[in-house]
Design a protein around this ligand. Structure first.
Ligand code: SF4
Ligand code: SF4
Ligand code: SF4
Length: 324
């Protein structure tokens, strides 16, 4: 099934481009990526969302194979007070769908209120924004987060040490940690990281095969479109003008590859939603990588990231060898 509003040709062109270059852009190269017009970008028209959660279910189904499976007791971390175990693997926690977790990369946020004397009730699909200049990529000390050549931002599970720096520096605190899995168990089980961070990877593997992300394909209301960024941003602005509405994501955090259009100002929506862990805000957001301290930090961590990257690749190879 394919949404009629998607520019299929453009989408396939971008998707197959990625398939040919599954190679990842090395951190902090993404900090200097200049051209984003052809990045894959989604437009989310929130007035169409009926909160059926078909997209949430589809995301969980297709990404089930990527979900963490902790095998043993969680190691006691040092220092215990600072490094908390975050275990979402028990069944009742895996089933949580009203926030972001390592097992739930997309959820529907609800907003009710009044604007211009009229009441509104809106549902907002929330997940990673896939930023153009993502602090999660530039500031990961282990180089585990990457921007693919089509703009998709991915956390590499074999390289992630679970230190949650990406969550701390992400303006929306999107990535979520599962303890008891990952590279840190092999090298510093008690002293480093504490698991692996998980978030929407825009179904990069489906996209590489020329397929749509599952949440877009399954939506009965055609809430999301995907296509080249320039086209999606222009379309979002036109739509906003038609409905006297508002755009979010075109410039927030320096620009993202997720553009929301709403009939209600995002400041009003932000007041109407529940905000907290796994429940991101909708505030206007300045470009977090424009801070000179962050730019310097991104440059300083690059060599360490390279070493950890090599360790992660060795670990993967040795596991593949064990499986032979
Ligand atoms: S929204 Fe957060 S996790 Fe997603 S790309 Fe941006 S900084 Fe990274
Ligand atoms: S793009 Fe894929 S991983 Fe991201 S929310 Fe949609 S279904 Fe989930
Ligand atoms: S499938 Fe579509 S209509 Fe249903 S909750 Fe998701 S975005 Fe909204």
């Amino acid at each position: 099934m394919t949404s009629k509003r998607i520019s299929r040709r453009s989408f396939l062109k971008a998707g197959m481009g990625a398939a040919g270059t599954v190679a990842l852009a090395a951190s902090p190269v993404s900090a200097t990526r200049k051209q984003h017009n052809e990045d894959l970008c989604t437009l989310i028209d929130i007035q169409k969302c009926v909160a059926c959660e078909a997209c949430v279910d589809a995301c969980r189904d297709v990404n089930d194979v990527k979900f963490p499976e902790p095998e043993g007791p969680m190691p006691n971390m040092f220092p215990r007070k600072k490094v908390r175990v975050e275990d979402w693997s028990p069944e009742e926690k895996r089933d949580v769908t009203d926030r972001l977790t390592p097992y739930n990369w997309l959820f529907i946020q609800h907003a009710e209120g009044t604007y211009n004397g009229k009441s509104f009730e809106l549902a907002i699909p929330r997940r990673c924004m896939h930023c153009l200049n993502p602090p999660c990529v530039n500031l990961c000390p282990f180089g585990a987060a990457h921007t693919l050549s089509n703009g998709i931002v991915r956390i590499h599970q074999d390289l992630c040490m679970g230190g949650a720096k990406c969550r701390a520096v992400c303006p929306w605190h999107i990535p979520q940690r599962q303890s008891g899995v990952g590279l840190h168990l092999d090298i510093l089980p008690q002293y480093a990281g504490n698991g692996v961070m998980f978030k929407c990877d825009r179904c990069y593997d489906r996209v590489a095969e020329g397929e749509l992300p599952a949440c877009i394909e399954v939506c009965p209301e055609g809430v999301q479109e995907i296509g080249p960024r320039k086209e999606m941003v222009e379309k979002a602005r036109r739509l906003a003008t038609q409905i006297n509405g508002f755009v979010y994501g075109a410039d927030d955090n320096g620009g993202t590859n997720t553009i929301y259009v709403s009939p209600v100002p995002f400041g009003v929506l932000n007041e109407a939603i529940v905000i907290g862990p796994g429940n991101p805000h909708l505030k206007r957001t300045a470009d977090s990588m424009a801070d000179p301290n962050r730019m310097l930090a991104a440059l300083a961590i690059a060599p360490v990231a390279g070493v950890i990257g090599a360790l992660g690749r060795l670990r993967k190879l040795s596991r593949q060898g064990e499986g032979n």
